[in-house]
Each structure stands twice: as C-alpha cells, then as structure tokens.
Design a protein around this ligand. Structure first.
Ligand code: SF4
Length: 309
C-alpha cells in the first residue's frame, strides 16, 4: 500500500488486519526496492517517514495509459496550511517546492514527445517558492549567507509558458489567500496559459471560514474574484470546492454559500457534505453536530444551484 493513506493507516494495516507486506508513505518511494526486498525476505517493508526536502525533482514519471496529449506535472509537495477539516498536512507533510528548472525540463520533454497541454499540480500552487540557497540549505543542512533570486509561482508559470506557444498551460489548485495579481497578469500576458482558475471557496460565510481556518473571509474572496474579472475579463473560468454542513453551520450561513455562488457564477464545483476525518483539527476541536439529513439537503441545494448557474 502506497501513498498518504498508507501513512495514516499503517498501524491498522500491519498490526490489526495483518494483510499487507509493504507500507510506503508519500515521501519514501525511493526506498521501494529495499522495502520490496525486505518483504521478499519475509519481513515487513515499512517507511512512512515524511521528509522536508523530498520533491522527486530528478525522477521523470513513466506515463502509463496516457493519451499522449495532456499530462500533469507535480511542482510541489505537502501543504503548510492547516484547514481544520483536512488531513493532508498530516499525511503529506510540510510544503516543498520543486526545482523550477527540472519542471521546465519535464514540460519541454513532454512537448518534444507530442504533448500539447500540461497542468502544474500542487496543493497550493500560489505558495510555490524556490531559491538555489534554500534548496542547498535543505540539502546540505548548512547556513548560506548570500541571497539570490527567488522564483515564485508567477515566475514559474512564465517559464513554462515560454517552453512553446503551442503548449497549453494549466494549474491547480489556487488558494484564495495566496493568489497574487502577478499571477493574474502573467496569465493575461501569455495566450497559451488557459484562462481558468480553480479557487476553492469551501463556504460563503466568514464565521464558518474562520472555523475552517481558511485564513480569508467572504470579502477577501470576493475581492480576489473581482480582481480576476478586472484583469482577465468575464470569460476567465472559475471553479470551486464547497463543503455543506460544517460544524455549527446555521441555515443563514448556508444561504451565504448559495449567494456566493450567485455572485461568482462558478463554471464548475466539487461539492460535498462535511464528513469528519480522524486526526484533523476539526475532529479534535468541534462537534460534528449537523444532522446527516440536513447536510444532505444543503448539499442538494448547492448542487441544484450549480446546475442553474
Ligand atoms: Fe492544504 Fe488544501 Fe488541505 Fe487546506 S484543504 S490544508 S490548503 S491541502
């Protein structure tokens, strides 16, 4: 079993269920040959260590079952946000940005193989940040005095867009607190950067957003949407993620999510009712107190609203 769920379920898989031989967390794939060999010798192969440095920058993925046209490129790993409902910070570890030159090389190689669209992937692409010093510091674990150029997400977007005008560039996911005007102007500058932003709102109500620890409020989110419209125009696609029935959400607060949808006019949304994840801040701090039928009714209301936008 590999990946972040392996990290979370390792005790259950190994001790209780006794049904797997190899458990590998998301930062331990380089250790796979050793772990498989340990399992072949009759031992358990386990490594769920979460790294602060691993980005797999030098490993080019083999793309099986690809259509040969579109591909995903991982640009960072982990997440430093602490949204109270989310298990990612605990299972995928701290945020690390990949060397941008290895990202551009992967995009160029894909283009040379005939791919014409890449999607830059990260939990929070807008906080992409890389500098040679930081990279060296992490690797060599020593202090460096010199300061050199920091490459942020807008810079990276431009570098990938410049690979070739015939390469369409997409990215996901943007965090409303982090998406900058510089990113929006870079999108405007290059025709081959698709005018589409996945900007998860999660809730349209500021009190619920605060409980979710999203670190923005309704007004901040709406200001970011206005900026997108101002710089990229009405035709820029915006999509979202939403959760109904988060702990203590009232009917009025649920209405705020519906009015948010009316204002932004999302092109698409991933919609869910809240279900508690063990180990998250919300599971520790808040009671999951909205009855299931209420959560489901609120979810059906936002799904209906989305279908009418
Ligand atoms: Fe990070 Fe996204 Fe999870 Fe928030 S919801 S903690 S931004 S992965």
């Amino acid at each position: 079993v590999l990946g972040c769920m392996a990290e979370r379920l390792k005790d259950k898989l190994l001790d209780e269920e006794k049904m797997v031989d190899v458990v590998v967390g998301p930062d331990a794939y380089r250790d796979l040959p050793n772990l498989v060999s340990a399992a072949e010798d009759g031992n358990k192969g386990v490594n769920t260590f979460l790294s602060r440095e691993e980005t797999y920058a030098d490993i080019a993925p083999v793309r099986l079952n690809s259509n040969g046209v579109t591909a995903f490129i991982s640009i960072m790993r982990g997440c430093d946000n602490m949204c109270s409902f989310c298990v990612v910070p605990f299972t995928r570890g701290r945020e690390r940005s990949r060397d941008p030159h290895s990202i551009v090389k992967e995009a160029q190689d894909l283009f040379d193989q005939g791919y014409r669209e890449v999607t830059l992937l990260g939990q929070n692409v807008d906080s992409f940040k890389w500098s040679p010093e930081e990279n060296n510091k992490a690797r060599l674990n020593k202090k460096e005095e010199s300061v050199s150029e920091v490459i942020n997400f807008a810079n990276l977007l431009e570098m990938v867009a410049l690979v070739d005008p015939k390469l369409r560039v997409r990215f996901s996911t943007s965090h409303p607190k982090d998406i900058t005007d510089e990113v929006l102007y870079t999108m405007k500058k290059y025709e081959n950067i698709c005018k589409y932003i996945h900007l998860p709102v999660q809730s349209g109500n500021s009190r619920v957003l605060d409980l979710m620890n999203r670190t923005y409020d309704r007004e901040w989110y709406l200001e970011r949407v206005s900026k997108i419209r101002e710089i990229l125009g009405e035709s820029c696609g915006i999509s979202s993620d939403m959760i109904t029935g988060f702990c203590t959400e009232t009917e009025e607060e649920h209405q705020d999510t519906l009015t948010m949808m009316d204002i932004v006019k999302y092109d698409f949304s991933y919609m869910f009712y809240y279900s508690e994840r063990p180990g998250t801040l919300a599971a520790k701090k808040y009671e999951d107190d909205i009855p299931l039928e209420v959560k489901k009714r609120r979810l059906s209301e936002i799904i209906y609203k989305q279908s009418k936008l």
